[in-house]
Design a protein around this ligand. Structure first.
Ligand code: FES
Ligand code: FE2
Length: 432
């Protein structure tokens, strides 16, 4: 439960808000590298943290992210021409390099005019199939993170995102909430049987236990939490533990051990829900594995477009919303499907959006199944408050290469923490 005031504090991410200041201290993914597929390709409009930007790939392949509105008289650079080392505004032809250097101002005769100013440009890096950007104060830029999948080549990575029309915190809540899996995802989990996909094999057992034991611990990077399910009726057989790690303000390592999430606000009421699967052995970034995986979880382009979870369709009247009851298929439900929604992604998106664009947490009744949520609220509040005071938010210096999400079989008597022994625990709390 959170007071309305604290709810506002963690949910609002505009440039003048406390949480907005916190987010701007981190490197965050803005789009997929594949969305800028080649040098001098079409630029992309990018909205992040309540602000508008343009992303482009210059003739050398370098990605630039600039303020969307031209520093001359505000025409959108998303209409611009990407050519010969920069992006040219179509209004009066001013041309900018990826670092904001003004290359040409053809409507001004004085050749030195362009040396007097720069366009607002942001530091950009590409890693893990994603374009990352730092939107904060230059003097406070942290080291670039080293998430475990950054070393892999594109063939071994599967990055994708869904656009969800609700506040980012609602998406994160679903990712630190193991008990919903057995209920909300009843139908897609049943379909995992016999599938050869790693994701199916790793989640198949979840359909059998609706009330896992949940525990959470604060760590030096944020918190990790575990869902423990018995393997059989016999306690001597031990249990299955699934540990997820949350790194403020918006990063999660999934217990499957091969899946990273970044939950990046576009605005207060729209979120980019990034997933990156990685696999050093299998070419999951190539066909046929790529499409098989995406279709299995409802993240293929056709499924995203149909539900309004892509940038192309998230504003369309056909996008899932209250007005069309989130495209729920009641007939499918009557025929035995639990939710009447297409797949994992659409089920998660529907429940996240259905509570309202920014849900009210002042009336919620949390249970032992929700023990990760107070941790999440505390971590986000701490981010907002530290950033508002000009101090470093938690998570900023997380030892990213050593943070894991992990699952494993636990013999009786073995503590689940042994599966993530490298995590430094700050204190322990149990809801068991
Ligand atoms: S508004 Fe862009 S060059 Fe004038
Ligand atoms: Fe889910």
């Amino acid at each position: 439960m959170l007071s309305r005031e604290n709810n506002e504090l963690i949910c609002r991410i505009g440039p003048r808000t406390a949480m907005g200041k916190a987010f701007r201290r981190f490197w965050v993914p803005a789009l997929l590298s594949s969305e800028l597929p080649a040098p001098d390709c079409d630029p992309r409009r990018v909205q992040l943290l309540g602000e508008d930007f343009v992303a482009f790939r210059d003739s050398d392949g370098k990605v630039g992210i600039l303020d969307e509105y031209c520093c001359h008289r505000s025409a959108s650079l998303a209409l611009g021409r990407v050519e010969a080392g920069g992006i040219r505004c179509i209004y009066h032809g001013w041309k900018f390099a990826a670092d904001g250097t003004v290359l040409e101002t053809p409507n001004v005769a004085d050749p030195r005019f362009k040396e007097r100013f720069k366009a607002k440009a942001y530091p950009v890096r590409e890693a893990g199939g994603l374009v990352w950007v730092y939107l904060g104060p230059a003097a406070q830029m942290p080291a670039f993170p080293r998430w475990p999948f950054f070393e892999l080549t594109a063939a071994h990575l599967l990055p994708v995102y869904a656009v969800v029309n609700c506040n980012y915190v609602q998406i994160i809540e679903g990712l630190v909430d193991s008990s919903h899996l057995t209920v909300l995802h009843t139908a897609p989990l049943k379909s995992t049987g016999g599938s050869e996909l790693d994701f199916a094999k790793k989640t198949e057992h979840l359909q059998f236990t609706a009330a896992p034991r949940i525990e959470a611990e604060e760590t030096d990077f944020g918190f990790h939490y575990v869902a423990i399910r018995p393997v059989s009726e016999n306690p001597a057989d031990g249990s299955m533990a699934r540990i997820a790690s949350f790194v403020p303000p918006c990063f999660i390592l999934n217990p499957n051990g091969d899946l990273f999430f970044a939950i990046v606000p576009v605005s207060d009421t729209r979120t980019l829900f990034f997933h990156v699967w990685w696999n050093a052995d299998k070419k999951i970034g190539e066909e046929p594995l790529r499409s098989q995986q995406l279709e299995f979880v409802g993240l293929d382009q056709a499924a995203l477009d149909a539900y309004g979870l892509s940038l192309r369709t998230c504003d369309s009247p056909q996008a899932a919303c209250r007005g069309n009851n989130f495209l729920q298929d009641r007939q499918a439900q009557r025929n035995g499907h639990f939710t009447g929604l297409p797949s994992f992604t659409q089920e998660d998106a529907a429940v996240s959006m259905s509570g309202g664009a920014i849900r009210d947490r002042s009336k919620e009744i949390l249970s032992v199944a929700d023990v990760a949520l107070p941790r999440l609220y505390r971590a986000l509040l701490s981010c907002a408050k530290e950033a508002a005071e000009g101090r470093d938010p938690p998570g900023l210096y997380a030892d990213t290469p050593n943070i894991v999400g992990v699952s494993g079989r636990l013999a009786p008597g073995l503590h689940w923490r042994t599966l993530a022994a490298q995590h430094k625990v700050i204190e322990t709390a149990s809801a068991a």
